[in-house]
Design a protein around this ligand. Sequence first.
Ligand code: SAM
Length: 451
Amino acid sequence: MKPARHPRNARTRPAQPAGLAARVIAAEALDAVLRQRAPLDETLERLAARHEEAGPRDRALARAIATVALRRLGTIRLGLKRFLERGLPRNAGLLEAILIGGAAQLLFLDVPDHAAVDLAVRQARADKRAFPYAKLVNAVLRRVAGARAEILAAGEAPRIDTPDWLHRRWVAAYGEAIADAIAAANRHEAAVDISVKDDLPGWAETLGAHILPTGSLRLPQRVPVPDLPGYAEGAWWVQDAAAALPARFIAPKAGERVIDLCAAPGGKTAQLAAAGASVLAVDRSPERLERLAGNMRRLSLAVEALAADALALDVPPADAVLLDAPCSATGTLRRHPDVAWTKREDDIASLAQLQAQLIDKAASLVRPGGRLVYCTCSLEPEEGERQVAAFLDRHRDFTRVPVAAEEIGGLAQFITADGDLRTLPHALPGAEPRLSGLDGFYAARLVRASS
Ligand SMILES: C[S@@+](CC[C@H](N)C(=O)[O-])C[C@H]1O[C@@H](n2cnc3c(N)ncnc32)[C@H](O)[C@@H]1O
């Protein structure tokens, strides 16, 4: 009789403990976001494809761990620091990500302490560089669990979870109280908002959703969106309430030609097409444009989609151009908490430079008498107010047409002294934090002189 082989030598690997795959994906994602500045959503998709052993529950848990860890990173790092007297060892592989993911579960998720600690220790043991620190992981995370109340109290001030450079900028732009209110809003996951093609009251009733003053619907709880009535038949699409405002300022008449210069995944393209415009949707990324095309198919909206660099676009001028420019996205931290840690302050200046080139190009594509709407989901004035002020200095043939309160549901507080749209994430209070707020957006409407 042959002797039984040791499992380590056998071809079949021993079964993983339940929940380990979720923690492995979460730690690898945190490591990629924090060390390589990789975007969280794409990283999670890539890791889910690589970790075939992870089922849908593992993937959902991995996302929950990584998201809350990035949303509350300041508090978590402060908590870990208490018990890492000598700081983090260098070249320790996934060690920091394992500790952050473990602490996130202990402090913010409904996970039994022993599971969070045990699985973190196993992860450390499985990582060549973190292996020597497995005992440290055990000791530190146990102490975090024991000091939960004090750590949470120490992290009470919301600004702790905002990088200093970003908070400083918001204080300079909006004042201390608003900067703190934005930071507080960013601690909550954003609600799901919906734009409907038509019959707003009917869909509000069917979905049990609130009608916001701006005309978007807000779902009362998080549910798998594709399972909801109306999704498959293309009656509506997911779009933040603030993101739904800028395309309205184009107000296209049926049949007008509109170029959507940075269009994917197509929330604003859908609005323009649903309003009857003949839309050319341009985006540099073929993958993102493919998503746009899929969204338009589901919504039965006909648009022309073109994968191209907007800066090199050679098409006849249109009645209107929408430029939703690539930006730092600091207005979307409720939805994308990774952005706070993947962006650096010097990114703002290089993005502003790109936006200046794009808005000049956009202007050249507007026919005499036509409209140009410029917008970004950034809170930084260089990407909004100052960008448009500089544009108007360069282009004397363009003037601003102020936004009217009636165009945005009467919310005059979202209109700047110059007549532009400026929303901030803490505005639009709802019944509870989960149902409050909207993305931070800036938009200006400009018109070209007739001749
Ligand atoms: C803010 S997102 C657009 C969101 C979209 N308007 C919506 O409402 O769904 C910016 C887009 O600009 C695209 N982009 C960046 N640089 C570009 C360029 N030079 N030409 C065309 N598209 C560009 C990116 O691929 C990205 O999809």
